[in-house]
Design a protein around this ligand. Structure first.
Ligand code: ADP
Length: 676
């Protein structure tokens, strides 16, 4: 361990130098290099530029002493560890030397080659530990600045995306010419592509910075798999690929893990399998095992008959931004090479792993292995999804009419049900959560475009299906509401019926069952003579104050809000915004467009040039906008506590598209109408 070590001895007595050299020579078989100087100045000169591993310094150096060297070394930041040597034991000096930074204190008359060797080894180990600590601190600080950089970048990118996507969406609603529509859709698709990339990069950096929050719970396996199957059916069907889920063992009803992360990993692996398979099938097979330490494990093996991955690429595909060469699948659905990197990090965070086996041209198999937690007392049963999942090969004949609202937080499921119902002849309206469903249904009640029936998922953010139904029934909505649930729990149906749902539908979605259910309950009495009412009719009277310093983003958002029928006044900084919010109506620029006597909604960008959005919101809350809705807008996630403390009602993440604004303003107009 001491072989090759380089020592510097600071000693003014030649006899003591020879003694030390002899002792070092006796430390066998080490090959130790010893350099010798006689003064503090010479020692400092050498230590500043040399790479000595250790310095031995005598306390008595003529008129100088070893403590002076220790002090100078400390103030100049020289990292070489120093051992102090003295002629006589002196406990006060020992303490002083250690305070000055000596790593050891040795008395010459007690010195042996063994004790000297031990002391050198110890000093070296301490230095290695110190270097490791410094490197770790450096890495941590680099990681911190990396994630600050990414947060900043995210904000800077989301603002221009607001203009790009906002104008595109607007033009898409106005354009009729097929070629121009196609071009616009290309811009829109690529804008969303960029947004997805941004989200993926942030996701990965959050995981790498150890900021991932996990939520371990008992996860119902059949529910989780049924949800996945429903989400992926559409994509598989589009490509004419068979999608099968199976289990060789009876599976525990629940395992202990984080449901969201598990779904995210499986969705990515299954999504890739479908993406890189042109014909044949994709299969998810679930098995259980127990390892030699008696830990229960679950394996999700995703097999495809796709293009496969060659051996060299298999080694890199889990690295960020790596893609296995050119493939014909590199089309508009191609990702960024981040999905597998994120999935592997997530699997590690869950205490598991992912591995890949593949043969080019024959297909691939990715296996996610996780610990199940204690499943000894959990009942087991065979997995039974296939009987409920088949989609018809041809579009169902139109058997439905009327307007049906589909409420589900999963976009793919909304799309799946939507396409089935549209193909059957119904008109569909979507809601992403219970609150949105309630808002849309209640506002439609006052219009000619009434909702005839609702398909409502039970587990949704903001407001779950049961609470949404309760609100609807409480407000007198009596038309059919069908509960949609992936839960395979016994008694779920009874719970739904008791709660006031009209009927119950299990996931995965079975087309015939869905259509039969709806045609059984739906009232086919939509009056076609009633013309539809536009959102703008309901909302025309309200005004938005938009505070955004980026001129393009401000113009894009203004145009979208105006398109939705609202009035807008806008400001590029906090000072102008305050003027707009507090001047009497008649003094306002563009006062003609301002209805009634105040601003109903304020949208405030958090990063303004004069004072930040938080301070602006506080000022507005204490002024004339006391009762208005004040919404924070930013390019990065904001801390909920700060948002609340500043007096904001909500926070939205850029880009601000038509859908976000529609939801926001519609909720506002419902609120206003309710209050009337
Ligand atoms: P991407 O977003 O490009 O799909 P991923 O990290 O999910 O990124 O995958 C990285 C690369 O691994 C893909 O670009 C593809 O080349 C390869 N790959 C992943 N899954 C499969 C699969 N099932 N079959 C063939 N190639 C795959």
């Amino acid at each position: 361990m001491l072989d090759g070590i380089k020592l510097l001895l600071v000693e003014d007595d030649e006899d003591d130098y020879i003694l030390t050299r002899d002792l070092l020579d006796d430390i066998r078989p080490a090959n130790i290099q010893l350099d010798w100087v006689t003064s503090v100045a010479q020692a400092l000169e050498i230590l500043k530029t040399s790479d000595h591993d250790l310095c031995l310094v005598d306390y008595q150096l003529g008129k100088e002493n070893g403590l002076q060297l220790l002090n100078s070394v400390r103030t100049t930041g020289i990292p070489t560890p120093i051992i102090m040597l003295t002629g006589q034991p002196d406990s006060n000096l020992e303490i002083e030397a250690q305070r000055a930074g000596a790593v050891d204190y040795l008395v010459k008359m007690e010195l042996s080659s063994a004790s000297l060797g031990r002391s050198i080894r110890y000093a070296r180990a301490r230095r290695a530990a110190e270097e490791e600590r410094i490197q770790r601190l450096q890495a941590e600080s680099e990681n911190r600045s990396k994630s600050q950089f990414l947060t900043h970048l995210s904000h800077e990118l989301r603002t221009p995306l607001t203009s790009i996507l906002g104008y595109t969406e607007l033009l898409l609603t106005q354009e009729r010419e097929p070629t121009k529509l196609k071009n616009l859709r290309t811009i829109e698709r690529n804008g969303h592509h960029l947004l997805n990339l941004l989200n993926d990069v942030l996701n990965l950096s959050r995981i790498e910075a150890g900021k991932l929050e996990l939520d371990h719970n008992a996860v119902n396996l059949e529910t989780c798999l049924a949800d996945l199957q429903s989400q992926l059916q559409v994509r598989a069907r589009e490509k004419n690929i068979e999608l099968n889920f199976c289990a060789t063992d009876e599976l525990p009803e629940t395992i202990y893990t984080d449901a969201t992360r598990l779904q995210q990993i499986l969705l990515n692996l299954l999504g890739n399998a479908i993406k890189f398979t042109q014909e044949g099938r994709v299969e998810l097979c679930v098995t259980l095992s127990t390892d030699h330490s008696n830990v229960d494990k679950i394996h999700f093996r995703i097999l495809d008959t796709g293009i496969g991955i060659d051996e060299s690429a298999q080694k890199t595909i889990f690295e960020p931004f790596s893609q296995a060469g050119y493939s014909s699948a590199r089309n508009r659905d191609a990702g960024f090479g981040l999905g597998l990197a994120i999935s592997r990090e997530l699997a590690h965070a869950l205490g598991g792993s992912i591995n890949c086996e593949s043969k080019p041209g024959a297909g691939s198999a990715f296996t996610l292995t996780l610990e199940t937690g204690d499943i000894s007392k959990i009942p087991r049963k065979p997995l039974n999804l296939t009987s409920r999942t088949e989609l018809p090969r041809t579009n169902p004949s139109p058997t439905l009419s009327g307007r049906i609202l589909i409420a589900d937080d999963l976009a793919d499921i909304r799309q799946l049900i939507g396409s089935i119902l549209e193909a059957a002849g119904a008109e569909v309206v979507f809601a992403k959560n219970g609150q949105q469903a309630v808002d849309k249904i209640l506002s439609s009640e006052t219009s000619a475009e009434k909702i005839d029936a609702v398909v409502m998922d039970l587990q949704m953010p903001e407001l779950d299906g049961f609470s949404a139904l309760r609100t609807l029934r409480g407000k007198g909505f009596e038309r059919p509401v069908i509960a949609l649930t992936a839960s395979a729990m016994q008694g779920e149906r009874d719970r739904c019926m008791q709660a006031g749902f009209t009927d119950y539908l299990g996931k995965p979605i079975h087309v015939r069952t869905l259509l039969n259910l709806l045609s059984k309950h739906i009232a086919l009495t939509n009056d076609p003579k009633h013309p539809g009412r536009q959102l703008s009719d309901v909302t025309r009277k309200h005004t938005v104050l938009l505070v955004e310093d980026n001129e393009d983003a401000r113009r894009a958002t203004t145009t979208l809000i105006t398109h939705l029928g609202w009035n807008v006044v806008s400001a590029g900084n906090a000072a102008d915004a305050l003027k707009l919010a507090s001047l009497p109506e008649s003094d306002l620029t563009g006062a003609a467009v301002i209805d009634a006597d105040h601003i109903d909604v304020a949208l405030i960008d958090l990063g303004l040039p004069d004072i930040d959005g938080y301070q602006l919101a506080k000022k507005m809350r204490s002024g004339r906008l006391r009762d208005s809705r004040i919404i924070a807008v930013s390019g990065t996630q904001a801390e909920p506590e700060r948002i609340k403390d500043a007096g904001f009602d909500a926070h939205i993440l850029k880009p601000i598209g038509l859908q976000i604004l529609t939801d926001l303003l519609q909720a506002e107009s419902n609120f206003k109408e309710d209050a009337l």
